[in-house]
Design a protein around this ligand. Structure first.
Ligand code: HSE
Length: 433
């Protein structure tokens, strides 16, 4: 058998510990499958003494991850520290500069610095493997970068954040409030260290930017993603969605439009009969629309130590086998600069929930503002007086529009707000049919 591949792992959180567990428990089988043993020789983390439930005594310890990368024994670096800047970036740059391949789960870092790091890797004759950076255990990076190279991809959409899907699923199923569900997700180890990344949509945006670059052969353009999170979604929105035949999901969508590449992350009404609507809990799903293959939907665990470590180990074994693919699937020079499609030109249907003063003429004003902009309404629902009427005398009015543009919707909602018929901020949620 060929010589062992010696690796260093920096970051020993849930994913790092699970990776060590897999590499040690399946050592012989992985050696057979890779054609050479994979030996962990060095590790690095913030705290040496912490009990992680795995035996670490046999590995060289580094307080400084950059020193781990420089260890002459280490041939491949696994970065599981997280963070777009700081130590993780320094470690990856150090490893690549020495021509050592990097395996990482760090979507925030790749969304911010992907093009520069891919260029550095290429200059040094090495690569960055990042299957674990998007959709956890679902092998979507490999699918886009390798298995689907014979296709022209027009759209990638999906549920890319387990925490958000878990929160929305539990809010819907059990009528729990947002804070209770977030706490449960954190206790289960799904949420990022800073939950803002999950609930405000940034984690989904980072992942989407990576998928978009692979799908369209463009440079990663993390700043171009339009982002809205789920913290403003209310139990009433979930109830209305159900009544109208939808479910609310935090979707990431990247598609080619006539204006350029549209990348957006926002809560979305999806038809209850769609595949994505049936994806509940921490599960992720990615739908890829491609020609000639058609639509492929991949569904699986999107967060948690085991699922993410599964992807990390897949990458390590790939590199042990000598299967080195350009970081973003093609040479950096061949990646196009993406043309950004402005969100205001987005076209689609909308759910609008307005808290409307319950007085004669209010509905007529709303209908007029919509009609003035040529927005056609598919349905209007007023949730009567009774329990839904606020102390100030406002009732929820729900509008579902046919396809229109983001710009017209924003104009119409702003005009309605100026008319003084609302009591509270409007809720606008896009619909994907
Ligand atoms: N916090 C992420 C999620 C997992 O909830 O999906 C890691 O990407």
């Amino acid at each position: 058998m060929a010589q062992a591949l010696k690796i260093g792992i920096a970051g020993l959180g849930t994913v790092g510990a699970s990776t060590i567990r897999i590499l040690t428990a399946a050592h012989n089988e992985l050696a057979e499958r890779a054609g050479r043993p994979i030996e962990i020789v060095a590790i690095s983390a913030r705290s040496k003494g912490k009990d992680r439930g795995v035996e670490l005594g046999a590995y060289r310890w580094y307080d400084d991850p950059v020193a781990l990368a420089a260890d002459p024994d280490v041939e491949l670096v696994v970065e599981l520290m997280g963070g777009a800047e700081g130590s993780a970036k320094a470690l990856i740059e150090a490893a690549l500069s020495l021509g050592k391949p990097v395996v990482t789960a760090n979507k925030a870092l790749l969304a911010a610095h992907g093009p520069a790091l891919a260029t550095l890797a290429e200059q040094k004759g090495t690569t960055i493997a990042f299957e674990a950076a998007a959709a956890g255990g679902i092998p979507v990076i490999k699918a886009l970068r390798e298995a689907l190279v014979g296709n022209k991809i027009s759209r990638v959409s999906g549920i890319l954040n387990g925490t958000c899907n878990y929160i929305l699923s539990r809010m819907e199923a059990e009528g729990l409030d947002f804070a209770q569900c977030l706490k449960a997700a954190q206790d289960l180890g799904y949420a990022e260290a800073d939950p803002t990344f999950d609930i405000e949509g940034y984690d989904t945006a980072h992942k989407l930017a990576l998928l978009s670059a692979l799908a369209f052969g463009t440079e990663v353009d993390g700043d171009a993603v339009y982002v809205e999170g789920i913290s403003n979604v209310t139990p009433l929105d979930l109830e209305m969605a159900e009544e109208l035949g939808f479910r609310i999901k935090l979707l990431g969508v990247a598609e080619r439009t006539a204006q350029g590449v549209e990348q957006r992350v926002h809560p979305t009404f999806v038809s209850r009969s769609s595949q994505l609507a049936s994806v509940m809990g921490v599960t992720n799903a990615v739908a890829i629309e491609a020609e000639p293959v058609g639509t492929i939907t991949l569904v699986g665990p999107g967060a948690g130590g085991g699922a993410t470590a599964s992807a990390v180990v897949g990458d390590i074994v790939d590199l042990a086998r000598g299967n080195q693919v350009a970081t973003f699937g093609r040479p950096s020079q061949a990646l196009e600069k993406p043309v950004r499609a402005p969100m205001q030109r987005h076209e689609g249907g909308y759910y609008i929930r307005l808290q409307v003063m319950d007085r004669p003429g209010a509905a007529a004003i709303i209908a007029t503002r919509m009609a003035e902009r040529g927005i056609s309404l598919e349905s209007i629902l007023q949730k009567g007086r009774g329990a839904r009427r606020s102390e100030s005398g406002a009732v929820p009015v729900i509008l579902i529009t046919y396809a229109t543009t983001e710009l017209l919707i924003r104009n119409a909602v702003a005009a309605i707000a100026e008319d003084g018929v609302l009591d509270g901020p409007p809720q606008v949620i896009r619909i994907e049919r």
